[in-house]
Design a protein around this ligand. Structure first.
Ligand code: 6GU
Length: 226
């Protein structure tokens, strides 16, 4: 998968993609991330990318021309499955949406800032608008990093068997069960007996029961209506 991230702050991505699973995905050639500096597509000598909103009000708006030039340039080089705009008024990012996005070959992630981007770019270029939750970030960059992480680990070949996403929280609308490692007795706090039993059927049943109990207690909204 190739992901082009359009941003005014490419340095914000210096950390998140250089470690662990995302790093390995890139080293294996399964994921290619390109950071595109929007300012390079400005057309005046001050390299201006934002302007005051028509009708007044606080904050600046990203101008349509640099955005359109940038998007045209990318679209001329390859075709994209989706042009995603990260915005708090978008569709909520869920595991189901991540699963769908992980099947894409080429994605553009467009990070807004200030009061957002000119509406005409949303109407004429953007194919999907995504929010990562009901709170407001200063810009789309952190949301884009979250999306890349969630999607990349679902690309076939990125996770090994031990890391398999099949048992993650949300993969079947259930929260994951608790996990334990050595020692068996830590400060008198014991690991549940069944996990030491070697009885794989009993362990599976316990994990499923714990998943249901956790989901009922913490996220009843995930369960089907009774
Ligand atoms: Cl995608 N962008 C911003 N600025 N804030 C957010 C968000 C996105 N998702 C949740 N809050």
């Amino acid at each position: 998968m190739r992901i082009d991230i359009i941003t005014l702050f490419p340095e914000m991505f210096d950390g998140p993609f250089k470690h662990s699973i995302l790093r390995r995905a890139q080293e294996k050639g399964l994921l290619e991330i390109h950071l595109v500096q929007l300012r390079d597509y400005a057309t005046d000598r001050h390299r201006t990318v934002d302007d005051y909103p028509y009708g007044g009000g606080a904050g600046m708006v990203l101008m349509p021309e640099p955005l359109a030039n940038c998007l045209d340039s990318l679209k001329a080089q390859r075709s994209y499955d989706e042009i995603v705009y990260l915005t708090p008024d978008g569709e909520r990012l869920t595991q189901a949406l991540c699963n769908r996005l992980s099947l894409c070959q080429n994605l553009i992630l467009l990070c807004g800032h200030y009061k957002g981007i000119d509406e005409r770019i949303r109407e004429h270029y953007v194919t999907k608008e995504i929010s990562i939750g009901d709170y407001v970030l200063s810009g789309g960059e952190l949301a884009a990093a979250v999306l890349v992480d969630c999607v990349a680990r679902l690309i076939p070949g990125v996770l090994n068997d031990e890391e398999s996403a099949l048992f993650d929280s949300f993969q079947d609308n259930l929260l994951a069960p608790p996990v334990y490692t050595r020692p068996e007795n830590f400060r008198g706090w014991k690991v549940p007996e069944v996990l030491l039993s070697g009885n794989h059927k009993a362990i599976e049943a316990w994990r499923l029961q714990q998943s249901h109990q956790r989901t009922r207690q913490r996220r009843p909204d995930l369960l089907p209506p009774e």
